[in-house]
Design a protein around this ligand. Structure first.
Ligand SMILES: NC(=O)c1ccc[n+]([C@@H]2O[C@H](COP(=O)([O-])OP(=O)(O)OC[C@H]3O[C@@H](n4cnc5c(N)ncnc54)[C@H](OP(=O)(O)O)[C@@H]3O)[C@@H](O)[C@H]2O)c1
Length: 430
């Protein structure tokens, strides 16, 4: 008979319902690895009647009162799966103050209040694990913190939002419009009825804050991530990208440069030969460049009840082992570095500009003058379709700084008759 390790579960939604299933399915293996039987003693819900059947199936006691869990001395670990910042932040804070270890999948909370919660966990000698908060089923945080501890990461590129990757895949492969792709993602349950966090890049930005902390030890705030989404993305740009040998992807990137990092989220033109271009539909991937291993990519489901609950249970197993060995209270990621953000003049890249111009003589010359004044040259220049009065010009620059890109953008916006449609960063395969 193994010792029982009792946990309290907050929320019995998509992921919350997956946790008892995974614990039951892999009961024997978990008991063997941890030397304990992990059981969900109580679950916090909003409506006990609604969750009654689930609770009976897994023999879980339901409650609508958080204090019944937080003040239960037999409960050692609390798994928070209610999502969003409040009341999750208050519940976790109280639980840590009461000496409970925490597992959560809450990227909104970790990205905005991670440092505060990590410090509180440390103060109370508690564990705080959140593997599922980035890329659902892909064990990327543990990989960076443990397996790559001896390596020096220079760059992290992530497709970390499954909803937008699904939409972009549909736009590229089935030539669906942005609106059609969004509607389909909502019908399939990938996108919420209010898709703001996904399509405006906010969800990806949350994950890049957490990934940057793991890869570079820097605690950045959300407003230090230069965030753009895919809202209203035109099929014209997606098709032009394909014509030029690229695929449009919503990429989160965090890049180290001489003691500082640049963290961005936005649609990028990814060379079709780059490994990350092959990540399709709702799948996620994190691509790393590091001095030891070189290039490596971690691919898998970024969401879903089972993959995400599997990550949550792996955190539970880690804590169970720590309890057994008496080693709780260490940080999930103990690498720390002064936080410094790279200035635009030190951020380099190629950029894709899509510009609408009057369909008359001399427009390419006017654009060339703007580019030349900013010391920017073209690698590719294409004049696209015209309705007789307006034409579209697409240009890919040679490598320039972000400062130069902004200068060109500002001059194009001021130029009479010019309309700047889109700017994407370009990611080449090395
Ligand atoms: N879904 C995924 O694939 C996925 C992947 C990675 C990470 N995550 C993260 O995992 C967390 C949970 O996501 P989810 O998809 O499982 O969400 P969900 O399906 O909406 O489930 C959340 C559950 O929490 C309950 N809840 C909310 N506030 C509560 C409160 N104050 N007291 C008691 N219960 C409360 C909700 O109750 P009602 O049913 O009454 O609304 C719901 O059952 C989030 O942080 C999310 O970002 C999810």
């Amino acid at each position: 008979m193994k010792d029982k390790l009792k946990i309290g579960l907050l929320g019995l939604g998509t992921v919350g319902s997956g946790v008892p299933t995974i614990l039951k399915e892999h009961q024997e293996k978990i008991a063997q690895v941890t030397g304990m039987e992990i059981v969900i003693a109580k679950a916090l819900v909003r409506d006990e009647d609604e969750k009654k059947r689930q609770a009976e199936k897994f023999d879980i006691q339901l409650t609508t009162d958080i204090d019944e869990i937080i003040n239960d001395d037999e409960i050692k670990i609390i798994v928070e799966l209610i999502g969003k910042v409040e009341p999750a932040r208050t519940f976790i804070t109280k639980a840590l103050e009461n000496g409970k270890h925490i597992v959560t999948a809450n990227k909104d909370l970790l990205a905005q209040h991670g440092s505060e919660l990590v410090a509180l966990a440390q103060k109370n000698h508690c564990d705080l694990y959140y593997e599922a908060s980035v890329a659902g089923g892909i064990p990327i945080l543990r990989t960076i913190a443990n397996s790559l501890a001896a390596d020096n990461i220079q760059k992290v590129l992530g497709i970390v939002n499954g909803t937008t990757n699904y939409m972009l895949t549909q736009m590229v492969t089935a030539k669906k419009s942005y609106e059609q792709a969004l509607k389909e993602a909502q019908e399939l349950g990938f996108a919420e009825s209010n898709p703001t966090n996904d399509v405006d890049g906010i969800d990806a930005a949350y994950k890049m804050v957490i990934l940057s902390q793991f890869a570079f030890g820097m605690n950045i705030s959300l407003d230090q991530v230069d965030t753009h989404g895919i809202r209203g993305l035109s099929l014209d740009d997606v098709e032009m990208a394909a014509h030029l040998g690229y695929e449009v992807k919503l990429i989160g990137s965090s890049e180290y440069n001489n003691g500082s990092i640049a963290v961005e989220v936005g649609p990028m033109l990814v060379a079709k030969t780059h490994p990350i271009a092959s990540v399709r539909n709702e799948f996620n991937a994190v691509f790393l460049e590091s001095s030891g291993v070189g290039e490596s990519m971690y691919y898998g489901p970024g969401a879903g009840a089972k993959p995400t609950a599997t990550s949550v249970v792996s955190d539970l197993i880690t804590i169970a082992k720590n309890i057994r060995l008496g080693t709780t209270g260490h940080m999930f990621n103990s690498y720390s570095h002064d936080t410094e953000i790279t200035e635009d003049k030190n951020i380099n890249g190629k950029y894709y500009f899509s510009i609408e111009v009057p369909d008359k003589h001399g427009q390419i010359l006017r654009l060339t003058q703007i580019m030349t004044e900013a010391d920017v040259s073209f690698e590719q220049l294409v004049q696209q379709k015209s309705d007789g009065t307006r034409a579209r010009i697409v240009a890919i620059t040679h490598t320039i700084t972000k400062e130069q890109m902004k200068r060109v953008a500002s001059e194009i916006k001021k130029a009479d008759g010019f309309k700047l449609l889109t700017i994407f960063k370009v990611l080449e395969d090395k």
